[in-house]
Design a protein around this ligand. Structure first.
Ligand code: FAD
Length: 357
C-alpha cells in the first residue's frame, strides 16, 4: 500500500484531513506534527485580550486524525532524505514514504542581545509565551506588519482592562501596515495612537541590552520583554536536507506544489515559495487555498494523471482585530473600520474552528 506522509498540521493539511474524513482513501496516511495541537493564529488576538480560551483557539490533530482514519504521530522532522524517501524525526525515528507533503509553517527570527525575547512559533507555544509578554513592565514589539500591529493592539487592550500603566511600543523599519495600502496605513496609525501605543516608524534597533533598546534614529526605549514579529523566516529543515530553496531558505516548489527533481515531495503554506510567484505573501489565506490543489495533485500524481496549477488570487479580504471588539477590514486598497468588522472576523474564525471539532 502507498505510504503518504503529511508533515505539519498546518492549514493546507487540515483541509486534506477534512476531505479524508468524508471520503476514505486507499493509501496509508500518517500525519506527523510537532504537537498534538494546532493553534489558530487568526484567534491569537482574541486569546490575548481574554475573549477566547485555549480550547477555543486550538485544533486537536490527534482527534481529527482518528475521525479520518489517519495515523497521528507527535514528532518534529529534522532531516529529509529525498532520494531514498526517508525522514528522520527528533525522536530518532525514521519514516519511510512513497509521497510526502510538508506544511510546517515558518519561524520568527530572534534579535541578538540580552533582553528576554518572546517566541510565538511554532504556534503551540503561543499561549504561555503571550501570557508572560502581556504582564511585563515594558513590552516592545518589533515589526509593523499585520501580525505585529494586531498583537500590539490586543496586548494594549488587555493591559488597559487590567490596570497596567505602561503602554506597548512598536518599532517598525517602515511605516506600519505599509505593505497593505495607504488607506490602511493612515487608518491604522490613527487607531494605534488613539489606543495609546508608542510607535517608532522608519527606525531600527541597533542595540539590545538589559537596560533597554537603542535605535538607529537615536531613541532609547525601555524594554523588559521583546516580541519580534518581523515576518516569516524559513525552518532549518530544508536547508539541513540540501533541498532546492529560494534565496531566503524556503522550500522551492512549482505551481503544482511539487519540488522540481523530486516530484514525490509536495509542500504548501508558509514553508514553501512557489517559483512562479516569488513575492507572494505568506499568510493563512494562501495556505488554506492551497489545500484542495495540494490534495488533488497528490492523488493525480499517485494515479499518473495530469496535475493542476495553484494560481493565487490577487485580492483577498483580511480583518485585523484592533482591540475592544473593533476591527479593520481591508480588501485590495480599501480599508473599513468598525465593531461590525470584528464581529464578522469572530464569526468567520468560529466557523473555521467548528469544521475541526
Ligand atoms: C500573530 C499572528 C497573527 C496572524 N493572523 C493571521 C490572519 O488573521 N490571517 C492570515 O491569513 N494569516 C495570519 N497570520 C499568518 C499565519 O499564521 C501563517 O501564515 C499561517 O499560520 C501559515 O500556515 P501554515 O499552514 O503554513 O503553517 P502553520 O499554521 O504555522 O502550521 C505549521 C504546523 O507544522 C508543525 N511543525 C512545524 N515544524 C515542524 C516539523 N519540523 N515537523 C513536524 N511538524 C512541524 C507545527 O506544530 C504546526 O502544526 C498571523 C501570524 C501571526 C504571527
Amino acid at each position: 500500500m502507498v505510504d503518504l506522509l503529511l508533515i505539519g498540521g498546518g492549514h493546507a493539511h487540515l483541509g486534506i484531513l477534512r476531505e479524508i474524513r468524508t471520503k476514505a482513501v486507499e493509501y496509508q496516511v500518517t500525519l506527523i506534527s510537532a504537537s498534538q495541537y494546532q493553534y489558530y493564529s487568526g484567534m491569537f488576538s482574541g486569546y490575548t485580550e481574554g475573549f477566547y480560551s485555549k480550547s477555543d483557539i486550538r485544533i486537536n490533530l490527534q482527534k481529527i486524525c482518528e475521525q479520518a482514519g489517519v495515523t497521528f504521530v507527535e514528532d518534529t522532522i529534522i532531516k529529509v532524505d529525498a532520494a531514498n524517501r526517508k525522514l528522520i524525526g527528533v525522536s530518532g525515528n525514521v519514516y519511510d514514504f512513497n509521497v510526502v507533503s510538508f506544511d510546517i509553517g515558518s519561524s520568527i527570527e530572534n534579535l541578538d542581545g540580552s533582553v528576554k525575547q518572546i517566541k510565538i512559533k511554532p504556534n503551540f507555544i503561543f499561549p504561555n509565551e503571550i501570557s508572560e509578554f502581556r504582564e511585563t513592565s515594558f513590552p516592545v514589539i518589533v515589526g509593523g506588519g499585520a501580525a505585529g500591529v494586531e498583537m500590539a493592539l490586543s496586548v494594549q487592550a488587555w493591559r488597559c482592562k487590567n490596570g497596567y500603566k505602561d503602554n506597548v511600543t512598536i518599532i517598525s523599519s517602515s511605516s506600519i501596515l505599509s505593505s497593505v495600502s495607504n488607506k490602511a496605513e493612515t487608518k491604522i496609525l490613527k487607531i494605534v495612537k488613539q489606543k495609546g501605543i508608542r510607535v517608532f516608524e522608519n527606525d531600527e534597533i541597533v542595540e539590545v541590552s538589559t537596560q533597554g533598546l537603542v535605535t538607529k534614529n537615536g531613541e532609547h526605549i525601555a524594554c523588559s520583554h521583546l516580541l519580534p514579529l518581523t515576518g516569516p523566516k524559513p525552518s532549518s529543515l530544508f536547508v539541513d536536507s540540501s533541498l532546492p530553496l529560494d534565496t531566503k531558505g524556503f522550500l522551492l516548489v512549482g505551481k503544482t506544489l511539487q519540488v522540481t527533481d523530486f516530484p514525490w515531495l509536495f509542500g504548501a503554506g508558509d514553508c514553501v515559495t512557489i517559483a512562479d510567484y516569488l513575492s507572494l505573501p505568506k499568510n493563512g489565506v494562501y495556505a488554506v487555498r492551497q489545500g484542495p490543489i495540494l490534495w488533488g495533485n497528490i492523488n493525480h500524481y499517485l494515479q499518473g494523471r495530469q496535475l493542476t496549477s495553484f494560481d493565487p488570487q490577487k485580492k483577498f479580504v483580511s480583518i485585523l482585530s484592533v482591540g475592544q471588539r473593533e476591527g479593520l477590514l481591508t480588501y485590495g486598497k480599501s480599508a473599513y473600520y468598525g465593531k461590525w468588522a470584528w464581529l464578522l472576523k469572530h464569526w468567520i474564525d468560529k466557523k473555521f474552528m467548528e469544521k475541526h471539532k
